[in-house]
Write a protein that binds this ligand. Structure first.
Ligand code: SF4
Ligand code: SF4
Length: 132
């Protein structure tokens, strides 16, 4: 599975239910997928989705044709100078990419990170950013 970010742009939104345009478009491809996060941003209505890797090209083309913005997600970076090792991000990470070292400082494993970005909002210090 692969994480993508699909956004209904602000200019196309008439009401909050317009996020269903993303879901209905993906359902046309007869695939299983997960919605990891729903959010509204200055860019529009945003869904973070976990979709099958082998269908990523088809799904992206189909969404783009319908004016949905699609980005494949990157990884995150943690600013160790700001992090206070509180551990708030660890419980949200679905892949154990974030965990405690023996000395109770936070360890980030880039190989395990799938870029779901669930950890970003959990950080009280804003120490986690999406890598570009
Ligand atoms: S982006 Fe997702 S997988 Fe990566 S560290 Fe954050 S919660 Fe874990
Ligand atoms: S939530 Fe932020 S401050 Fe706390 S351990 Fe994670 S990165 Fe560090």
């Amino acid at each position: 599975m692969t994480i993508i970010n699909a956004t209904v742009p602000l200019g196309l939104i008439k009401n909050i239910d317009d996020y269903s345009r993303i879901i209905n478009e993906i359902l046309k491809h007869n695939v299983s997928f997960n919605i990891l996060k729903f959010s509204t941003t200055p860019e529009g209505i945003n869904l973070l989705l976990d979709v099958p890797e082998e269908k990523i090209k088809t799904i992206t083309e189909s969404l783009t044709k319908n004016n949905i913005l699609v980005n494949k997600k990157g990884r995150v970076v943690i600013d160790e100078d700001i992090c206070i090792d509180c551990g708030a991000c660890i419980s949200l990470c679905p892949t154990d990419a974030l965990n405690f070292k023996d000395d109770l400082s936070v360890n980030f494993s880039e190989e395990k990170c799938i870029g779901c970005l669930l950890c970003i909002d959990s950080c009280p210090r804003f120490a986690i950013q999406e890598s570009r």
